[in-house]
Design a protein around this ligand. Sequence first.
Ligand code: ATP
Length: 552
Amino acid sequence: MKLTWSQRVGVVLFGVFVLVAVFGPVVSTISPFAIDASRLLPPSSDYWLGTNAIGQDIFSQLVHGARTTLYTGLMVAIISTLISVSLGLLAGYSRRLDPLLNGLANMLLVLPSLLLILIVASFTGGGTWQLILTLGLLTWPGYMKLIRASVLSLKEREFIRLAQMYHASTGYILFRHLLPFIWPLIRAKFVLSFGSAVAAEASLSFLGIGDPSSVSWGKMLQDAFSRTQTFITDAWLWMIVPPALAIMIVTVALALIGESKMTGNRFAAALNRKASRVVPVKEMERKTGCEEPCVDGAALGCHLAADDQQPAAIVVRDLQVTYGAKTIIHPISFEVKMGSITSLVGESGSGKTTMARTIYGLVPHISVSGTVMIDGHHIYLRDEPCTMQRWVDAAYIFQDPRNSFNPIMTIGRQFYETMRLQSSKEQKHAAAVAALAEVQLGAHVMNLYPHQLSGGMLSRALIALALVNKPKVLIADEPTGALDPIVKREVFDLLVHKVKEHHMTLLLITHDIPAALHISDEMIVLQDGVQVQGEQKQLYLGQGKRLYPQYG
Ligand SMILES: Nc1ncnc2c1ncn2[C@@H]1O[C@H](COP(=O)(O)OP(=O)(O)OP(=O)(O)O)[C@@H](O)[C@H]1O
């Protein structure tokens, strides 16, 4: 992690006070409570910072006070951060818990926090731990709402939806996929909570709500301000300035460490790259006793294509997709034969992506009616006894390769997560390297992050990722859409070559009509969510040929 100069200043200043808190009480031989000197002595070689109005050593109080103040700050930061993060994650992720947790946070936010802390602290007594708990339990709502908002946006990403679909546990999704994205927020929350707790502890001790049995910087200030001698002599110089300066330096140091440049930029960068990695599944092993599809024509989900009795890899029957009152896909039926290439073409907004996502099971049940089967497995049948294994039975390539990888994980790690056929790390590594070699990428790519690869390399890596589990069916949504024409053609050819080499079934969404006509066994044309047939279809395909001659 590279620190800015201001953060380095913050770390050095804060480090000095941590050293004082740890070693100061050892160096200082005088007890902070001992009253064995004259009153209001100015700084000298015996009493480095002088004495207070009752003859106690101010240096000793300052170093012992550092311990109390920093300990309080640390504990409050830990408690408050833990509560913010866990409640923020739960509220953002769980629709059921959100109203309750968000309502609680809103309620605490509208109450005047200082007044609330004062009331609670007065009732709980003046102990250090009472103060820590009061501050820790009342200062979480602001960041909790920030974390909740981030999770609400992150959970709409493809990689989270896929993980949910394949029954990855909530804990796995929260810790492996969401937590890394909100890590910068957590870091900022911790550092800023620490600073505010130091200031709050000082303020409460100054107001007389603090632990009477321990010494703290706030208590030193309260002591100084309560004596008139402080102001009628020069004593304010050593009674008020040292603790006030210490509080100021520690809070400024923490503010510098937690400044937004460290947190904001990385957070924004992480969030701005839409992370839609493929399948992060832990718990999707095939259930035992599951029938092999299409062994017997009567078996569940088994279907033979009508024309030549070749098994159908994808069966779509009376499929309709509706978002609210809007019908995106009107009832449509078709089949894609095993080992064939079918292209789905149509104008922008005609529903191609919606159709592909629906076939792969990425659209909520509530929006879908009709039947979809992949390799004999129903996609939208509840209580389906034999669930399809994604990336073994079928794989999906998203539109934009740069958006298809999690930006904060190496390519290698993303390969490992999707693998289901290999058990040991060595086997996974070997399979990933072999898949990358198939698309002419070297093994070094495994150690790179997505931003270190060009668009063409990412497209190839995505194809390799799709191939690594040897799926029977591949659905590719404009896999070359974001590339320049030359690389586009190279990647397109590579994809088709690999599909044929591995005898896979390909459902391809593309705007490249001439290329689609060249490679496809079947063409499906969509217009406003309706399948176009006959003369109208030929007319559209003919127009496409003329409009996009560069692809021909
Ligand atoms: N989640 C959604 N909620 C509401 N409407 C949606 C949603 N997703 C897509 N749509 C609508 O569905 C229609 C079809 O969108 P879709 O992305 O499937 O088109 P497309 O043919 O793939 O377009 P393109 O070629 O530009 O990618 C559009 O009118 C779009 O606004």
